[in-house]
Design a protein around this ligand. Structure first.
Ligand code: FES
Length: 145
C-alpha cells in the first residue's frame, strides 16, 4: 500500500481524525495539555507504560508514544481481536468509573487504552495499540506508511 499524506493544520486540540491506510483505520489525535497531563497519572494502571514490548517504532517509545508530544498517530485497532475501540474523552463517566481520565474503550470485550494508546492492566488486549510508521513532511503535513 502507498503511504498516505495527511494535512493536520485544521486538526483542533481534542479532535480525532480518522485516516485509511492499507485498508486499516489510523487515528490522528491532537491532544490538549489537559489530555497530556493524564498520561503520567494513569501510568500505574498500565501494562506496558514505557512501550518496552517490541512493537512500536523507536520514536514512539516515550510517554506520549509520538514524535510531536501533542499528536498521537496510532492504528485504531484493538490489539485483542481487532475491534475498533471508541474514543472516550469524557472524564469519569458512569460506565467506565471514577478513575477514567479519557482514552479508548473497546466495546467488544472491555479493553481500555489511555490517550497514548497504552493498554491497561487486567484487560484482554495484550499490548499497546500499534503506532504505524510515519514522518512529518512539515509542521502540518504528516506522511503515514
Ligand atoms: Fe477489543 Fe476484544 S477485541 S477487547
Amino acid at each position: 500500500g502507498a503511504p498516505v499524506e495527511v494535512d493536520i493544520s485544521k486538526l483542533e486540540p481534542g479532535m480525532l481524525l480518522m485516516v485509511e491506510w492499507r485498508g486499516r483505520v489510523v487515528w490522528v489525535l491532537n491532544r490538549t495539555p489537559e489530555m497530556l497531563e493524564t498520561l503520567e497519572k494513569v501510568e500505574g494502571e498500565l501494562a506496558d507504560p514505557n512501550s518496552e514490548k517490541n512493537q512500536q517504532p523507536e520514536y514512539a517509545k516515550n510517554r506520549t508514544r509520538s514524535i510531536k508530544p501533542e499528536i498521537l498517530v496510532t492504528e485504531g485497532v484493538c490489539t485483542h481481536l481487532g475491534c475498533s475501540p471508541v474514543f472516550r474523552k469524557d472524564i469519569a463517566p458512569a460506565d467506565l468509573g471514577p478513575d477514567w481520565l479519557g482514552g479508548f474503550f473497546c466495546p467488544c470485550h472491555g479493553s481500555k487504552f489511555d490517550l497514548a494508546g497504552r493498554v491497561y492492566k487486567h484487560v484482554p488486549a495484550p499490548t499497546n495499540m500499534v503506532v504505524p510508521p510515519h514522518v512529518y513532511l512539515s509542521d502540518s503535513r504528516l506522511l503515514i506508511g
